[in-house]
Design a binder for this molecule. Structure first.
Ligand code: ATP
Ligand code: FE2
Length: 326
């Protein structure tokens, strides 16, 4: 069985193709970027409208397949920006109808987790999922992927992007902050905000902006201190979730997981507690259609040809989804 997955929750329109054995045929993405300023939902939607046909065509070409070879179409149902999600839903319905195959809507956050398990062969991991809009520590317990810790306000990626925007860097800011942080040498004290199992970034953002505006600090030192502080917060909560659940594996997923310093800090924590640490290639860490296609395979029993019964779920939470495929 071959599944074609469409991702369109936020800035990225992606199409991936995979079969039920986990054989990867294609993974093509096109991301909306800006030189300065953040992501605007209607511009991201416009971007998706413009690139969607080409991305799907490229994926089929990369896979050396025709549309009629596809047995299942899956798409990101949520969480995400409604205007962007609707582009994916419409395109997925159109394709599925055309070749008369079932369609299945999947949860984007769980897709990050399941592709992580496929790529790393981890069996029962804790997932640290730091992305633009989301920041969660997730593990499977009692029929659901449960959220053991999460951000109380913005996702860590959006936090980094907001600070990057404030200092005149474009979107996405994460890779740019990572680069300049390499030249930071002096740790500047900024708030460290862990509340129970949760983290919060808005106060840190205000503090960092004030420090930058005061012109008393070196920008590279601020980028360095930002990373050291907020990544330590994420590692602390992940470690506690691992101890609480008695799990011995950590998988990193989500766009911010591309960051080398975060990877290194997670690796050290895992070594110290005799746990295994897994990180995936960047192209599956960021938003992509491959993970959507794979979760479609896992959820294929829920596929339907009643195309009009299916809709987007912009606010769906990780722990809303009953895991039926384990
Ligand atoms: P989700 O919908 O899962 O919340 P998302 O739509 O925001 O995710 P992702 O592709 O998972 O998209 O993550 C994008 C985020 O990752 C952006 O905020 C970007 O700045 C951040 N990012 C990418 N590379 C790095 C890096 N090297 N260091 C830090 N952050 C990074
Ligand atoms: Fe994502």
């Amino acid at each position: 069985m071959i599944s074609l997955g469409i991702e369109s929750t936020a800035h990225t329109f992606g199409c991936g193709i995979i079969d039920d054995k986990g054989k990867i045929y294609a993974n093509v993405t096109d991301a909306y970027k800006t030189e300065s300023g953040g992501i605007h939902p209607s511009e991201a939607k416009q971007h998706h409208e413009e690139v969607k046909d080409k991305v799907i065509e490229d994926a089929l070409n990369q896979a050396n397949l025709k549309l009629k070879d596809i047995d299942l179409v899956s798409f990101s149902q949520g969480p995400g920006l409604a205007p962007c999600l609707l582009v994916g839903l419409k395109k997925a319905k159109e394709l599925a109808k055309k070749i008369n195959v079932p369609i299945v809507g999947v949860n984007h956050c769980i897709a990050h987790l399941e592709i992580g398990k496929l790529m790393t062969k981890a069996k029962d991991p804790v997932l640290l999922y730091p992305s633009g809009a989301n920041t969660q520590v997730i593990a499977y317990e009692g029929g659901k992927y449960r959220v053991f810790g999460e951000t109380l306000d913005m996702g860590v990626g959006n936090f980094i992007d907001s600070f990057a925007r404030h200092i005149g860097l474009g979107f996405p800011g994460g890779p740019k902050i990572e680069k300049i942080a390499l030249n930071g040498k002096n740790y500047v004290e900024i708030p460290y905000v862990v509340k129970g199992m949760d983290v919060s970034f808005s106060g840190i953002l205000t503090n960092l902006k004030q420090k930058y505006d005061s012109k008393k600090y070196n920008t590279e030192d601020l980028a360095f201190s930002l990373q050291e502080t907020v990544f330590a917060m994420l590692v602390e909560v992940s470690e506690r979730a691992m101890a609480h659940c008695g799990k011995k594996e950590l998988v990193l997923g989500g766009g911010v997981a591309c960051n080398r310093r975060l990877q290194q800090m997670c690796r050290i924590m895992c070594e110290e507690r005799n746990a295994k640490f897994f990180v995936q290639p960047n192209e599956v860490l960021v938003d992509n259609g491959l993970m959507i296609a794979w979760l479609g395979i896992l959820q294929r029993k829920q596929g339907t040809k009643n195309y009009d019964s299916i809709d987007i779920k912009p606010y769906e939470r990780t722990d809303d989804v009953l895991v039926t495929w384990k």
